[in-house]
Design a protein. Structure first.
Length: 274
């Protein structure tokens, strides 16, 4: 990316942070400013922030006064997230579809100068129960669920690794599911969804080994059965409020350090079997 492009791309950040503002304001020919500790307002990037758990994460981190890059597939239709952005000047909404690898790279390039303390892979799909019944398996759904739930988060981590490495907290956190725990399976259901979360777990454990020497912490958290659109149709009494699920995960994400990298934690912070 050349200097003009960098200045243009960071101009949108000018209202959000002093470093970005200084870069945007730098005159042609001047050296670009380097980040100082004061520039490093803690920053989180969240995928799938339009609703459910991702929206609640965005709200929590915005309330902490962190810089929140709340991404979603279609900002024009993400009304609740847009309303949150109106309340919090420290939250920006960015378009990001985790199936669009070129789009992920483009967003990473636009934020090339932005350290990201927590990269939070939250976006995910269930695939629909009816597509995952043995005898009537919809094989196309398998590809879709894997692409969103496993390949998408991996691509996001790969694209943003330098941003995370440049940050203070250096965390790559992913919302997995106890349904991905092979050791916990006691009945047949959700073939595709479960497989995608098991694959996601393996990808993130690999990544934990890959990045440990660079000081990057990779972690997997789980919300438990939570009352979002994801669980529509299930009796409410089986589900926990989204606020409780996010409280648990935020606590565990805060707690993750390099000695824990690669762990897969349940809602109480206990290690789940693979
Ligand atoms: N709810 C539970 O009980 C539960 C339990 C275990 C694990 N989880 C995990 O928690 C995460 C969040 O789930 P949720 O309950 O909040 O589900 P949700 O209410 O259905 O929200 C899913 C989010 O993912 C986004 N998304 C879907 N496909 C995407 C794509 N290709 N690119 C970017 N974003 C995409 C959706 O965006 P749109 O608005 O554009 O569709 C939405 O923001 C998922 O990873 C899920 O597997 C949930």
């Amino acid at each position: 990316m050349d200097r003009r492009e960098l200045i243009r791309s960071t101009a949108a950040l000018a209202t959000m942070g002093t470093l970005a503002g200084r870069i945007a304001a730098a005159a042609e020919g001047e050296p670009l400013p380097t980040p100082t500790p004061a520039d490093q307002q803690t920053t989180v990037l969240i995928t799938g922030a339009s609703r459910g758990i991702g929206l609640e994460f965005a709200q929590r981190y915005a309330a902490r006064d962190w810089r929140v890059l709340a991404t979603c597939r279609d900002p024009g239709r993400a009304e609740a997230l847009q309303a949150l952005a109106k309340k919090h000047a420290n939250l920006v909404v960015e378009p990001l579809d985790v199936l669009d690898h070129a789009g992920i790279d483009a967003l990473a390039a636009r934020y090339a100068t932005q350290p990201i303390d927590i990269l939070l892979n939250n976006a995910g799909i269930g695939g629909g129960m009816e597509n995952q019944l043995f005898g009537r398996l919809n094989y196309a759904t398998f590809n879709e669920v894997m692409a969103v739930n496993a390949i998408g988060p991996m691509k996001v981590c790969e694209a943003f690794v330098k941003h995370v490495e440049a940050s203070r907290l250096r965390k790559m956190m992913t919302v997995s599911s106890s349904q991905g725990s092979i050791g916990s399976v006691d009945a047949a259901r959700l073939y595709w969804y479960r497989s995608s979360k098991s694959a996601l777990n393996m990808l993130m454990v690999n990544l934990a080994f890959q990045l440990k020497s660079r000081g990057i912490i990779v972690g997997l958290v789980t919300p438990g059965a939570t009352d979002t659109d994801f669980m529509k149709g299930l009796p409410k009494k089986m589900l926990r409020p989204v606020a409780d699920a996010v409280t648990d995960m935020v606590r565990e994400i805060d707690r993750f350090d390099l000695s824990m990298t690669g762990q897969f934690l349940d809602t109480k912070g206990q290690i789940l079997p693979w």
